[in-house]
Design a protein around this ligand. Structure first.
Ligand code: PLP
Length: 396
């Protein structure tokens, strides 16, 4: 007999994947440039030239060392190099021993969640959130509680959040810059979050871990800085990935940081190693561990995303769509002009515009528009967005 939970997960794909698959088929019928596919978060900016140069130089090394196993938690020199880079850029004081190399943010989160979860534990996150959190938390035997969105600012509704914290709260998952809202948590939000968690830890006599999911850390606009969360709250796991910052999603490379300041840090790091072992997430691809270490200080070139953000935000708001101006990541969170976002997504689909309804992000009534696409796709899609709005005005 199968594991029915796993069968369920594997046999139905996510709304995002379904839309993307539909787009591919539709393009075969009406033409590549006639379908405006804003469904996926696949970086449209190529990986920097330095990544290619790093790989070419690594390929000159003897195959037996280059393609061999590293220690389970990663190559010690790679971890030291990455620690120095993070320290330089964010004023932290990590060393290699605070790092665990992973196959991307998905693995980073899974490992951290598994490392601390006992049966009956709860995690809290904030709507709108990355839908896979539910899968990952439940797979570890815990429950995910969702703090409703503050739809004015998409920062945190602290009153609603505090109501969810209790003796079973094992961790809190944040994602800033955010997929799907594009919002970056301000320093004030991070400060208040830290103060709340610290106070609750004291009141409840428990440790509450903050899991900071930050694959979009470097993708921010208008000179904004993203607060480095470990500097505000000691019990923080940093879950990082190079999928977006270096446009390497297919290479599956990232890391976890467990700061020394975390309660019982050595035991937690041992549990991280244990969770990595139990899940089979050991020895992340060595070629890419080495490549990202060589590119640790390479800045992400996000100018194309910045231009796309402006084009899309200005274009859609001029047409009457309402949305928060994104400060980071590459998503625009647009209020559905009709009450049911799924119906709106279907309507848009009939105009060959593919946008993701927000229900699966825990915040109904919106659609996510991924703008990691070509500038041309955005420009060419505007008449279709206009036609959708006109159609709605006629029928609502
Ligand atoms: N977390 C968020 C918020 C994401 O948007 C993604 C990917 O889109 C992930 C985690 C997974 O990232 P990775 O490809 O590094 O596993």
């Amino acid at each position: 007999m199968l594991n029915e939970t796993m069968y369920g997960l594997g046999s139905k794909s996510s709304v995002i994947r379904e839309l993307f698959a539909y787009g591919l088929e539709r393009k075969k019928i009406v033409g590549e440039d006639k379908v405006y596919d804003f469904s996926l978060g696949n970086p449209s900016i190529p990986a920097p030239q330095q990544v290619k140069e790093a790989l070419l130089s690594l390929l000159q090394e003897p195959a037996e060392t280059l393609h061999g196993y590293s220690p389970a938690s990663g190559d010690p020199e790679v971890k030291e190099t990455l620690a120095r880079s993070v320290n330089r850029r964010f004023g932290t004081a990590f060393s290699g021993k605070n790092f665990y190399m992973t196959v991307g943010a998905a693995a980073s989160l899974n490992i951290c969640i598994h490392a601390v979860t006992n049966p009956g534990d709860e995690f809290i996150t904030f709507a709108p959130f990355f839908p896979e959190y539910t899968v990952w938390v439940e797979n570890a035997g815990a429950k995910l509680l969702v703090t409703p969105a503050d739809t004015e600012s998409f920062q945190i509704d602290f009153e609603a959040f505090e109501r969810l914290i209790g003796p079973k709260t094992k961790g809190v998952i944040i994602n800033s810059p955010n997929n799907p809202s594009g919002v970056v948590y301000s320093e004030e939000t991070i400060r208040r979050l830290s103060e709340t968690l610290r106070r609750k830890e004291r009141e409840l006599g428990t440790v509450i871990y903050l899991i900071s999911d930050e694959p979009y850390r470097e993708i921010v606009y208008d000179g904004l800085t993203v607060p480095y969360v470990t500097k505000y709250y000691e019990d923080t796991f940093v879950c990082y990935s190079y999928s977006k910052s270096l446009s390497l999603p297919g290479e599956r490379i990232g890391y976890i940081i467990v700061p020394d300041e975390m309660a019982d840090a050595d035991r937690v790091m041992a549990a991280v190693n244990g969770a990595g072992r139990a899940l089979g997430f050991v020895c992340a691809p060595v070629l890419f561990q080495r490549a990202v270490a060589m590119c640790a200080d390479v800045p992400s070139d996000i100018s194309a995303y910045g231009r796309n953000r402006d084009l899309l935000y200005n274009g859609l708001t001029e047409l009457g769509y309402e949305c928060v101006r994104p400060q980071g990541a590459f998503y625009l969170f647009v209020k559905s002009p009709e009450p049911d976002a799924e119906a709106f997504s279907e309507r848009a689909k009939r105009h060959d515009v593919l946008v993701v309804p927000s229900d699966s992000f825990g915040c109904p009534g919106y659609v996510r528009v991924s703008y990691c696409v070509s500038e041309k796709t955005i420009v060419d899609s505007m008449p279709a967005f206009r036609a959708i709005m006109e159609e709605l005005r006629d029928c609502l």
